[in-house]
Every structure is written in C-alpha cells, then in structure tokens.
Write a protein that binds this ligand. Structure first.
Ligand code: ADP
Length: 712
C-alpha cells in the first residue's frame, strides 16, 4: 500500500496546487469575481475539482475512501464565500452519494461540515489573514479534521478501529499540513497581488502628485536630508529664472539669502526647516530681490527619521512692496494730518497776533486825541493788517499751487532795474533797521546791467520777498547779501538769484524738508510763521521753469538759490510793454454805482472815490443796481459779487443783455482764479480782490477809461 498511497498523495497534492493556481488567476486577479454568474462558475469549478479529487482516493477498505475533499471544501469556504462553496458542496455531495459504500455517512458528514467551518472563518473571523494567519489556518485545519476523525464513528463498527489506526497518521501528517499549506499559499498569492496593486497605485499617485506639483503656481522643491534639491517645479525655475541644471544637486541654502540679506548658512537653514514657515530672499541676475515665503513639510522614512523636506513657496515680493507703499502712504497721511493740526494751531496764533494789535489799537484810536500817537497807532494797525493779508495770501497761493490754478504772467523787464527796486524796499525795511548789527547789500554784476528778462516779475519779487524776509527773521547780526548771476545749468542759460545770510543756519536733515508745506525747523519749539513761504517759493519757481535749493551751516548762515530760465524774448518786445498808467485817479465828472452790501466796505470805497466831482450811488444788491441804472446814466459800477437777493454775477449778465458800454469792475473777497474767470465771462471788464488797494483800484479805473491794457 506504501507506494500507491504515495502516488495518491502526489495526485491530491497536484490537484490542490492546481486549485491554488486557479485561485490566483480565476479569483484573485479577476475583476469580475464579485459578479453572481462568476460565483456560480467558481462553485462549479471547485465542485468538479472536489469530484476529481474524490476520483483518486486512498481506498482504506472497500467503500471507505479517503481524499482531500475536506481540505478543498474548507479552503473554499474560507476564501470564496457562500455561493461558490454551496455549489461545490452540492456537487461533492452528489458524487459521494453516487459512490456509495460503507463510508458514505462519514463522507457526507465531512462534505457538510468542512465547508461550514471554512465559511465560519470567512464571515466571522474576517481578520484571520491580518495577523497570526498560520495559527488561524492551523486551528481551522485541526477543527475540520478532528471532526473528520470523530466521524469514523459513523463507519461500520468492525471498520472503526482499523480506519482510525490508518487515519490518525494521515490526519496529522497529510490533512492538517495540507490545509495549512494550501491556505498559506493562497493567502500569499493574495498578498502578492495586493502588493503589486499597491505598488501600481503608489506609482500612479506619485505621478499624479508630481503633475500637481509641476502645475502648481507656487514654487515647490523637495530636498534630501542634506538640503540638496532633487525636485523642483516649473514655477520655481521661472521665478528664479534658472534651468534644472542650475538648480538640481545644489543645496537649497546656496541659492538663497536670509531675510537679513546675509547668505543662508546650513546651520540657519536647519533651524528654519524646523519651523512651519520661513522666508528667504533670492537675488536675481538683475540684482532684484525676490522674497519667497515657504511652508515646510518634513518627510520621514519608515523608521521615523527625517528623510527630506518638501517646501512650498509663495512669491511675496509684490505683496511686500505693496505693503511698504501702503505703510509709506499711511505714514504720509498721518504726518499730513499731524501737520495740518499743527498748522491750524499755528495759523490761529499767526492770525490772532496781528488782530490783537488791529483791534487793540483801533480801540485806543477811538479814545485818543493826540495826533502823533494816532499816527503811530494807525501805522501799527496798517502793519498788522498787512501781516494778516500776507497770511491769507499765502494760504490762497498754496491752494492755487496745489490745484494748478496759480497764474503766471510773463512780461519783459530790465533785470538791473528790477533787482535794484527790490533791494531799495529792503534798505528801508523796518525789521531790518530794528536790528542794529544787520545790513543788506546788493551784488549786481555789470554784465547783467541793462539786460532784459522775459518772466513773471511779480512772482519773482514774491519769491525774493519770502527769502529776504526769512533771512532778516533768522539773522541777528552780520549781513544779508542779495546777488544774481548767469549760469549754464543742464545746457540751459539760467539766471540764478542768491539770498545769503549770516544767521543761525539750518541743520542738514532739514535742508530739503523746509520746502514742504507747513514744515519748519523749530517744529517742536516755539515758532512764528506758517511754514508756507518756502513751499510757495518752490511751487512758483518750478512753474517758472527753475529750481530752488539751499546751502547752510548751522551757526554760520544760509544761502538760498533759485534759478529762472534766462529768456530774452527780443522779437516780441512790443507786445509786453506795460502801458504807462497813472497812479492817481484820472476820472472826472462821472457817475459811479458802488454795489456793496457791507457798509464798511462801501464807506471805504466811497472815501477812495469821493473826488474829481464823481457822483456816487450806493446799491446793496443787484436789484438796486438795475433800479439805479434805469433812472440815470451810469459810467462805472463797482460790483460786489456776493450780495443778497441778486448777486453781482446775475446782475452783470442782465445789464450786458442791453448795455455793453457801461464799465463794470467786479470786486470780491474770494480770490480764486475761478471767480475772476466767472466775473469776466458774465460781462465784467475788470476784477479786483479785497482788501482793495487804493493804487490798484485807481490804476484799474484809469486803464479802463483810457482804454489801456493793464498787464498783471
Ligand atoms: P515760515 O513762515 O515758518 O518762515 P518758510 O516756509 O518760509 O516758513 O520757512 C520754513 C522754515 O525754514 C522756517 O520755519 C525756518 O525754520 C527755516 N528757514 C527758512 N529760511 C531760513 C533762514 N534764512 N535761516 C534759517 N532758517 C530758515
């Protein structure tokens, strides 16, 4: 029986191996395995295999056959589940019944219980394959075959002992090991397949991940643990303007600087990589700074040691720039706010001081009888009023400059005569004379004497007034020198005016700032002035096409320079001759209407015009003007623009509908260029702003009635 039995074992073993291989191809790798039809097919195949196994049995006694059906059916239950195992069991059962013999009951019992035990494991010990699977398989095999051993009791009594004698060795050395081996082999096939699948999935995921990283609009680099770059995406290359060769194998710290602009050391990088985020700077070939803000992901190997770093970087260069600009704008706004507040408190002081004298001395004047004192008080009032007017004019000028409304009127004038005229005014300046040790001198080079300049004389005088007044104000002793020279600056001939003093000087850090509006050296101390003068000078000089600058040494003095293009418009000389207009009023026997709602302003104008047999009428609004001119022949109207009921503009328009002859001079306390244009547009011949200067009024009236053009 020995050799024969060996062959049977080999036969059974090869059938079991076939089964195991079938399992791999028909089941493990089959994507259809969960379909119902395929489960039936699988059941039939396993059933037929069981039948085949039963066809090559070890025949112990006639009708008592042993084979490995218990193994295959138990393993079927364990791996295939209910439907295939149920069908296989039916087929095996049918065949065993067909075979008949003395071992039929034992055979049926084995066919019924072996798959049930396998199914129990399949459904109720699902995790058998995740750990200790050999033990689990052994337990299953032992239970299946212990039962089988027990089923020998179902054999005819006389065969029990002799069967047991043969069977126990087979159970121990064939059935149980075969079950475990077959289960182990099949499980390994499952594992191998799952590993391949996992590998595939891993490669697929990795590919997808790399594609995502490549397409990411954020810079991405992956470093090994020595900080060498072995992956970089396109965005990173584009931002740094480098190609792969220039990046890969380089250490990350070799490309970047720290935020303090020092090269990034390996030590520092090691520290930074421990943080969730950090910032680096890249200096481009064009020497521009590129700021990258990195998010760090540490990569670990299976042992939990750091294997490398994935870095995702956002280019924050523009954002930083924007933030910087925002900060500057904010600082500027805050400073401007601070300056405005300081200006307001300062201007309040500046306005109240002269007002104090005006009101105070006016009161005294009313009480005084002494003529000498009256004259002194009056001169103080006049001086203070002029100071007040200067402030108002400065405020108007700065707003005109800022809104682009400053008007420049160029004319042709003699440089020498002009500068000497300005100098003469200051020779007798009260403030200068009050400083005993201070003198003023003029240095006019011979080559400029008799030369003409085409520019705005009034505005240049305004700049000089500002500079000389400052020089006098900030100098206690020594000399103020007014001079001018011709100089070629950037290829253009320029006339450079110079106001030099020996005063207290200006600190270096304030040299540019003092030309900004409201800015003064003594911003934190006691100060006088509004801080507007130099910024007005700068605005005007620039409008005239020149520049203004200062050199100064604290304690020794300052030199203010400004340049004006040296234009000599010879050919148009005649166009710009100022008509010689008389300064005293040359209007006789005419009728004038003074349209003025404010009684004091009327009183003042009435005083100025009560001469030369002029007939004066007063109107307090436009309607009254119309009323008067309906009844008399009127030659001139001094038209206040803002009056109740009917404004000066409205009234002028109505008059001009029928009367083009009557002369109208608009007068207003607003002095913007708009007002002037609006007045002229509605039909006024001239415009004069309040406070009205006597000479200016006379000149304007004379020019109108003598049909002369007055150039301002
Ligand atoms: P302010 O009305 O205050 O004089 P400015 O704009 O004319 O306004 O001058 C600005 C500031 O510049 C002054 O407050 C003063 O601090 C400084 N400054 C101007 N001229 C001189 C000068 N000749 N010497 C010293 N400091 C001067």
């Amino acid at each position: 029986m020995g050799l024969k039995y060996f062959f049977i074992i080999v036969q059974n073993a090869s059938l079991l191996i076939t089964f195991a291989l079938l399992y791999n191809y028909l089941w493990v790798k089959n994507p259809q395995k969960n379909k119902f039809v395929f489960k039936i097919i699988s059941g039939i195949i396993i059933g037929l295999l069981s039948v085949l196994i039963m066809s090559f049995p070890a025949i112990f006694f006639k009708g008592i056959i042993f084979d490995t059906r218990s193994v295959i059916l138990a393993i079927s239950g364990l791996f295939f589940g209910f439907i295939p195992t149920f069908i296989a069991t039916l087929l095996a059962l049918a065949y065993r019944i067909y075979l008949g013999g003395a071992g039929i009951y034992m055979g049926i019992a084995v066919i019924l219980t072996s798959p049930l035990i396998g199914l129990y494991w399949h459904y109720f010990r699902k995790h058998w394959s995740s750990k200790n699977f050999i033990l689990e398989l052994l337990l299953l095999a032992v239970i299946v075959h212990t039962l089988m051993f027990g089923y020998t009791l179902l054999l005819p009594k006389d065969k029990i002992i002799s069967t047991i004698e043969i069977l126990w060795l087979n159970l121990l050395f064939v059935y149980i090991p075969a079950t475990v081996l077959l289960g182990w082999f099949m499980l390994n096939q499952e594992f191998a397949f799952k590993n391949i699948q996992a590998d595939k999935r891993f490669i697929e995921t990795q590919k997808r991940f790399i594609t995502i990283l490549q397409k990411l609009k954020l810079s991405t680099v992956i470093l090994d643990k020595n900080f060498e770059i072995y992956f970089n995406n396109k965005t990173f290359n584009e931002i740094l303007n480098l190609n792969d060769e220039q990046i890969q194998k380089k250490k990350f710290n070799e490309l970047f600087s720290d935020t303090n602009n020092k090269p990034l050391s390996e030590l520092r990088l090691r520290e930074l990589l421990l943080l969730p985020n950090f910032e680096t700077i890249y200096i481009s070939k064009q020497h521009n700074e590129i700021h990258l803000y990195w998010t760090v992901v540490q990569l670990y190997d299976l042992n939990g040691d750091i294997e490398g770093y994935a870095l995702i970087g956002e280019n924050i260069t523009e954002r930083l720039l924007y933030e910087k600009e925002l900060q500057i704008a904010r600082n500027k706004a805050e400073e401007s706010d601070r300056l405005k507040t300081s200006f307001l408190s300062n201007i309040s002081h500046e306005i109240r001081t002269p007002l104090n004298s005006i009101i105070g001395f006016s009161d005294l004047l009313i009480e005084k009888e002494d003529d000498d004192e009256k004259i002194e008080f009056l001169s103080i009032i006049k001086y203070s009023s002029n100071k007040l007017l200067d402030i108002v004019n400065d405020v108007i000028d700065i707003s005109r400059l800022e809104t682009g409304q400053m008007k420049i009127t160029r004319e042709y004038f003699d440089i020498g005569e002009f500068i000497s005229f300005v100098f003469k005014i200051y020779e007798s300046d009260k403030v200068l004379l009050s400083k005993n040790n201070l003198a003023i001198k003029l240095d006019l080079p011979d080559y400029l004497k008799g030369q003409k300049l085409y520019s705005d004389k009034t505005r240049i005088q305004q700049i000089l007034n500002n500079l000389i007044n400052n020089a006098i104000k900030y100098t206690d002793k020594g000399e103020i020198e007014l001079s001018l020279e011709l100089s070629r600056i950037n290829g253009t001939d320029m006339l450079v005016f110079k106001v030099k003093d020996t005063g207290r000087g200006i600190p270096d850090n304030m040299l540019n700032i003092i030309f900004d509006r409201f800015r003064q050296v003594e911003e934190n101390d006691y100060r006088t002035g509004t801080g507007l003068g130099l910024s007005i000078c700068k605005g005007i000089v620039e409008l005239l096409g020149g520049q203004i600058w200062v050199e100064s040494t604290v304690g020794l003095g300052s030199i203010f320079y400004f340049s004006i293009p040296y234009i000599q418009k010879e050919e148009n000389y005649n166009d710009f001759i100022i008509e010689n207009v008389d300064e005293d009023l040359k209007l006789y026997n005419k009728t004038i209407v003074i349209a003025e709602d404010d009684p004091n302003s009327f009183y003042y104008l009435n005083k100025l015009l009560s001469k030369n047999d002029l007939k004066i009428y007063r109107a307090v609004n436009g309607k009254e003007v119309l009323e008067i001119i309906k009844n008399q022949k009127v030659d001139l109207i001094l038209m206040d623009l803002s009056m109740p009921q009917m404004s000066g503009l409205e009234c002028t328009k109505i008059i001009r509908e029928t009367d083009k002859e009557i002369k109208i001079i608009a007068q207003t306390a607003y002095a913007s260029l708009n007002d002037r244009d609006r007045a002229i547009d509605s039909g006024c011949d001239e415009f004069i702003s309040k406070p009205i200067n006597k000479l200016e009024l006379y000149k304007k009236i004379n020019a109108l009635f003598q049909n002369k053009i007055l150039i301002e």
